[in-house]
Design a protein around this ligand. Structure first.
Ligand code: CP
Ligand code: NVA
Length: 315
């Protein structure tokens, strides 16, 4: 089976830490003058069902830095599961490209691509999770604090895809994770149960609450995401009402640890889940975090595309 990257739960803690170490090396190598052409001649197909800035640019630039090439396929072109079936798209792309990065609504579509592709499939965000984002976030926290083990990360907002991958990252990387959501926006029960199992293995504390103050107390990182994710636009009025108060602002930051920093996967809806003062303030890691998508994903690309035995150029 090709080396897919679909969810953090598919990897051991040691494997994920090795990917972060590889990302650190690839970032240093790039900053010292450029990366070795580890993916020379390889082409990554990028299938998008949703818009993107960071994911598209970081994968495209990452492939270029590593000597390869990336091909952007817009929602209108592919029509994944509509114009053409998921198994057919997977097999057609496997015949011409050496890897597939996909951003889909349904996680089932991503799993379908992985099932039928003979080249590695990388998750560029689904409604279920966002593992590449979590890897970039861990890299960013490690750069800022020196290590992630022992930190407390407080997530304020929607128990959605980004929160899901962070909840899994907690046990894998050894940080405590507290999530504060409005009622009805908690992490899905199966996600919570799986995250709890991983947290127990990693010896960390996982908390889910509706009390923002409880989540934030003693936190080293305050993290948030949009109240209305892509595909939920019809619910945005209701969500704006339901999430009132679930905002990272100066007042909330004062309730956290004195060393606390602020993170957001972006895109941000300033004035909703985060204020301008905090997003642009001295304790914001937002743009370092965004830039680290490039470096974290280079490690994932090299792991999936360079190492895969099923990934020869004749594919
Ligand atoms: N954080 C993130 O995935 O951004 P894009 O939606 O712009 O890719
Ligand atoms: N939760 C957001 C993340 C965007 C990167 C969404 O799914 O739209």
């Amino acid at each position: 089976m090709p080396d897919h990257f679909l969810a953090l739960t598919d990897f051991t803690s040691a494997q994920l830490k090795a990917l972060i170490s590889a990302a650190v090396e690839l970032k240093a190598e790039w900053q010292a003058g450029g990366n070795r052409p580890l993916l020379a001649g390889k082409v990554l197909a990028m299938v998008f069902q949703k818009p993107s800035l960071r994911t598209r640019v970081s994968f495209e630039v990452g492939m270029r830095h590593l000597g390869g090439h990336a091909l952007y396929l817009s929602p209108a072109e592919v029509g994944l599961g509509e114009r053409e079936s998921v198994p057919d798209v997977a097999r057609v792309l496997s015949g011409m490209c050496q890897g597939i990065m996909a951003r889909t609504f349904s996680h089932e579509h991503l799993l379908g691509l992985a099932q039928w592709a003979t080249v590695p499939v990388i998750n560029g965000l689904t409604d279920y999770n966002h593992p590449c984002q979590a890897m970039a976030d861990v890299l960013t926290m490690q750069e800022h604090f020196g290590q992630v083990a022992g930190l407390k990360v407080a997530f304020i907002g929607d128990g959605n895809n980004v929160a899901t991958s962070l909840a899994y990252a907690a046990g894998k990387f050894g940080f405590d994770f507290a999530i504060a959501t409005p009622r009805g926006y908690e992490l899905p029960q199966p996600v919570w149960e799986q995250a709890e199992r991983i947290a127990a293995e990693g010896g960390v504390t996982l908390t889910q609450t509706h009390d923002i103050a409880e989540a934030v107390r003693g936190a080293h990182v305050l993290y948030t995401d949009t109240w209305t994710s892509m595909g939920q636009e019809a619910e945005s009025d209701r969500r704006r009402r339901d999430f009132t108060g679930y905002q990272i602002n100066d007042e909330l930051l004062r309730m956290a640890d004195a060393s606390a920093v602020v993170m957001h996967c972006l895109p941000a809806h300033r004035g909703e889940e985060i204020t301008d003062e905090v997003a642009d303030g001295a304790r914001s890691l937002l743009f370092q975090q965004a830039a680290n998508r490039l470096h974290a994903q280079k490690a994932i690309l090299v792991h999936c595309l360079a190492a895969s035995a099923n990934n020869r150029l004749e594919n």
